[in-house]
Write a protein that binds this ligand. Structure first.
Ligand SMILES: NC(=O)C1=CN([C@@H]2O[C@H](COP(=O)(O)OP(=O)(O)OC[C@H]3O[C@@H](n4cnc5c(N)ncnc54)[C@H](OP(=O)(O)O)[C@@H]3O)[C@@H](O)[C@H]2O)C=CC1
Ligand SMILES: Nc1nc2c(ncn2[C@@H]2O[C@H](COP(=O)(O)O)[C@@H](O)[C@H]2O)c(=O)[nH]1
Length: 327
């Protein structure tokens, strides 16, 4: 694989501005026939999203994916969202009981608008089988399948019927897959995204490794329709993680979905826990992301996200921060 790079190795090259104000730049994106305010979705992790946040995001025009770690709540969640005319976007795994769950939804005519198959190693027969199962029983649901890190995987999942694929094995902030297994896209997630996007014929969701708002624009440049983010969404007032106080400062927990804290046991652990500084209200972050992305669009010389997809870039290998700390 040539030209391997990650987010901090790249700078996008500005093009002539065509707007008089950044507020003229449109950050909206379409996915699965729905329009969302931002090409950004909080990770489907238990310390990042809960029913309240999901409802807030849906009510305010943002995409969301509910996690799958309280499986018994999912049916009521779908009913509740749809009774308020909100999008229902849930996650499933690939174990036997998930097959029954999908069939049960079909029997009750509960059709979530979005279903994400949320598995560590998504390039597998288990995921292909689940995509086909969902497409058989809930053909109207938009299926996001992942996670993967190669063009072959993207093509196979698309051919199985996935409507979008999610790219990112191991670049996450609380991920230890790269250390425990030696595998993944950690350290070259942006190059892996580009590699996968070139093979894709359907939308790609870049997942993991976003450390700054500029990384969202870089993901869009390298082929992402949507960007899934965990750590930047951890630590808000609304975040489900536990809050602790240390030396007079507030922190919130953020743990991996494959961590012992999620699993309740130390088996096949590929995630860890960290504490993130308390960040205030979620909406403030979403607003700042929107403003920063509007600015990105203006630097790209356009008025919509599409402009970013065509800008030139340079590889600056680890030098963009000049020794500065990321936030
Ligand atoms: N994006 C990423 O880089 C990663 C994300 N995660 C997150 O952690 C959570 C748990 O993931 P996951 O363990 O897949 O989910 P599950 O614990 O639900 O496992 C799903 C099924 O896949 C099997 N399985 C899991 N990993 C592998 C593998 N490497 N090879 C073969 N079979 C496998 C499991 O069996 P068994 O357990 O017996 O092997 C199980 O039957 C998810 O939310 C996932 O997104 C985890 C790691 C990496
Ligand atoms: N290897 C692991 N990856 C995990 C785990 N839990 C979640 N994730 C992935 O991380 C991203 C979020 O990344 P971030 O850099 O934005 O914080 C998330 O969407 C998952 O794909 C885990 O336990 N192990």
């Amino acid at each position: 694989m040539e030209n391997v790079f990650d987010y901090e190795d790249i700078q996008l090259i500005p093009a002539k501005c065509v707007v008089n104000s950044r507020s003229e730049c449109d950050t909206t994106v379409s996915l699965g026939g729905h329009k969302f305010k931002l090409p950004v979705v909080p990770a489907n992790m238990q310390t990042i999203i809960d029913e309240k946040i999901a409802t807030y995001l849906a009510e305010n025009g943002y995409f969301y994916v509910m996690h799958r770690f309280e499986p018994e709540k999912r049916q009521d969640f779908i009913k509740d969202m749809q009774s308020r005319a909100l999008i229902a976007s849930i996650s499933v795994g690939v174990k036997d009981e998930e097959y029954n769950f999908v069939q049960q939804l079909a029997e009750e005519k509960l059709v979530p608008e979005f279903i994400t198959i949320d598995i560590a190693h998504g390039h597998s027969n288990a995921v292909i089988k689940m995509i086909k199962h969902i497409k058989e029983y809930l053909p109207q649901s938009f299926v996001i399948a992942g996670n993967v890190g190669t063009p072959e995987a993207v093509r196979e999942l698309e051919n199985a019927g996935a409507d979008a694929t999610k790219v990112g094995i191991g670049p996450g902030k609380v991920c230890i897959t790269k250390i425990k297994t030696g595998f993944g896209t950690g350290g070259w997630q942006l190059a892996a995204l580009r590699w996968c996007a070139k093979a894709a014929s359907k939308p790609i969701i870049a997942d993991g490794g976003i450390r700054t708002h500029g990384d969202i624009a870089k993901s869009v440049r390298f082929g992402a329709t949507m960007v899934m983010i965990g750590s930047l969404f951890a630590g808000h007032e609304e975040s489900p993680g536990q809050t602790i106080e240390k030396d007079g400062k507030l922190f919130k927990e953020y743990f991996g979905s494959a961590s012992e804290f999620q699993k309740g046991e130390k088996k096949n652990v590929e995630g860890k826990k960290m504490y993130v500084e308390h960040k205030g209200a979620l909406q403030d972050t979403l607003t700042e992301m929107e403003q920063d992305l509007q600015s990105s669009i203006s630097y790209a010389g356009g008025t919509s996200l599409d402009a970013i997809r065509h800008v030139d870039y340079v590889v600056v290998k680890n030098s963009i921060f000049n020794g500065d700390k990321v936030y």
